[in-house]
Design a protein around this ligand. Structure first.
Ligand SMILES: NC(=O)c1ccc[n+]([C@@H]2O[C@H](COP(=O)([O-])OP(=O)(O)OC[C@H]3O[C@@H](n4cnc5c(N)ncnc54)[C@H](O)[C@@H]3O)[C@@H](O)[C@H]2O)c1
Length: 448
């Protein structure tokens, strides 16, 4: 198959590289000339484990190339994927479809023969029909079908997710489009990964429902965690105890500082708007959005408590600022709420993140970037684990505590335990949803 992939961000680039690895001929297009120049030079503009090697292999094999020339890429393609961004529209929470519709019109004008125009971007129900109308309007003689093929890959594990998906969802209107899509995903079909072939609207809805459900699961456990802290329960034990129930499942039950990232915040917001517009309010999703915000702000109070009520004059080391490990993506990361509150409160903030600096520098003004957690902890009053990169999972806690002016830790990912922290000499340790560890101060001991 000849495939054009419009948009080479996290989804477009991974999809293009993986399709070429299936054996298809893929041309990846982006309107950002810097991105294309990097890709043509063999460099990957994002951090995604394994992507560089797979990309190099397929470029070498002559199945994968990059261009800014959309018309040249679309010429002769049997399938054109649209994988451009659908961020939250300013002001109203809707998905901004400007990039999708602009790409669709450009594709329409470039079509030279029958092609399936496939929307991979996450788009509200009804968008594929709008794409169809827009293409027909821009090029009335175009021979084409549309298909909806939402993507479920997770950043940080994107290649594995694409190559071994839980399922592939394809929404089509015609048999011909269904056949093209089946041919594209044949390698997965042969290995018996489930392919759900359905109508356009259901495919579009599946993506939003899936993300809203996962965001709900995370938010549920985060709210239970807050209650655990009050009643003396340990949320890690609770997650384990409920997750072993096959009807519940153990994934997405890790309590933390609130969900973030490039998808959940914008997709829950878009689904809430779609519900309101159709007079079917999605009250659960609306509540999840509100509670997630409360969770993020609760983290700030947790940190303030560990700093004796004020950030002013304190030195705080923050380990991890990307929205999760193994990505450089900072979109809607909890750090973007938490770190500015520390800086605004008068703290001196040092940040360590294995990949976050390139994007993070502009987003987190007023912090110092360091490479080494122990240097960041030197004379600090508090260490905060905000993203559970492997680099922060096996710290020498004794060494860390020794470096600090006041050895206190906020472990917002529950990487360590109160016992670990106490043994290492930390004076205070607070995780999520478990009893806080605070050693009595010498003065307290003296008075009994
Ligand atoms: N990032 C994820 O983990 C993820 C997972 C599943 C689904 N999605 C969805 O996939 C879509 C893309 O997300 P992303 O994170 O890859 O976005 P991104 O912002 O990383 O990439 C989008 C790319 O499209 C390019 N672009 C925009 N308009 C273009 C045009 N007309 N022609 C050529 N290139 C154009 C931009 O320059 C950019 O490089 C979104 O709808 C998102 O919701 C993302």
């Amino acid at each position: 198959m000849r495939i054009a992939m419009i948009g080479t961000g996290y989804v477009g680039l991974v999809s293009g590289v993986c399709f070429s690895d299936f054996g298809h001929d893929v041309v990846c297009v982006d309107k950002d000339p810097r991105k294309i120049a990097m890709l043509e030079g063999g460099a990957v503009p994002i951090y995604e484990p394994g992507l560089d090697a797979l990309m190099a292999k397929n470029v070498e094999a002559g199945r994968l190339s990059f261009t800014t020339d959309l018309a040249a890429a679309v010429d002769g393609a049997e399938a054109v994927f649209i994988a451009v961004g659908t961020p939250t529209r300013r002001g109203d929470g809707h998905a901004d479809l400007t990039y999708v519709m602009a790409a669709a019109e450009e594709v329409a004008r470039a079509l030279t023969g029958y092609a399936v125009i496939v929307t991979k971007s996450t788009v509200p129900v009804g968008t594929n029909r709008k794409v169809k109308q827009a293409v027909a309007r821009a090029n009335p003689s175009a021979e084409f079908d549309v298909a909806s093929n939402p993507e479920f890959l997770r950043e940080g594990a994107a290649i594995d997710d694409f190559m071994k998906p839980d399922r592939v969802v394809v929404g089509v209107q015609t048999e011909r489009a269904g056949e093209v899509m089946a041919e594209i995903y044949r390698p997965l079909f042969l290995r018996e990964f489930p392919i759900v072939t359905t109508d356009l609207e259901s495919a579009e809805m599946i993506k939003y429902a899936a993300n809203a459900f996962l965001a709900t699961k995370i938010t549920f456990i985060n709210e239970i965690a807050a209650l655990c802290e009050r009643v003396g329960a340990d949320v890690k034990e609770v997650s384990k105890g409920i997750g072993l129930d096959g009807r519940i499942g153990n994934k997405f039950l890790h309590a933390g500082p609130g969900y973030g990232g490039s998808c959940f915040p914008k997709d829950t917001s878009a689904l809430a708007r779609i519900g309101q517009e159709h007079a079917v309010p999605q009250s659960i999703v609306e509540t999840v959005i509100r509670v997630n915000d409360v969770v993020k702000h609760r983290m700030i109070e947790k940190l303030r408590d560990l700093c004796d009520g004020t950030f002013n004059g304190k030195t705080i080391a923050v380990l991890g600022v990307t929205f999760k490990p193994n990505t450089d993506d900072m979109r809607d990361a909890p750090s973007l709420t938490i770190v500015p509150a520390l800086v605004g409160g008068g703290a001196k903030v040092r940040v360590v993140d294995p990949q976050g600096r390139r994007e993070g520098e502009a987003l987190l003004p007023g912090v110092a970037w360091l490479d080494d957690p122990y240097k960041a902890a030197q004379n600090a009053d508090l260490v905060v684990i905000l993203t559970e990169w492997n680099e922060f999972r096996a710290l020498d806690l004794k060494k860390l505590a020794k470096k600090m002016a006041v050895p206190r830790m906020a472990d917002l990912r529950n990487v360590y335990s109160p016992r670990d922290a106490k043994r290492a000499g930390f004076e205070a340790y607070d995780g999520i949803g478990r009893p806080m560890m605070q050693q009595p101060k010498p003065a307290d001991q003296a008075t009994g």
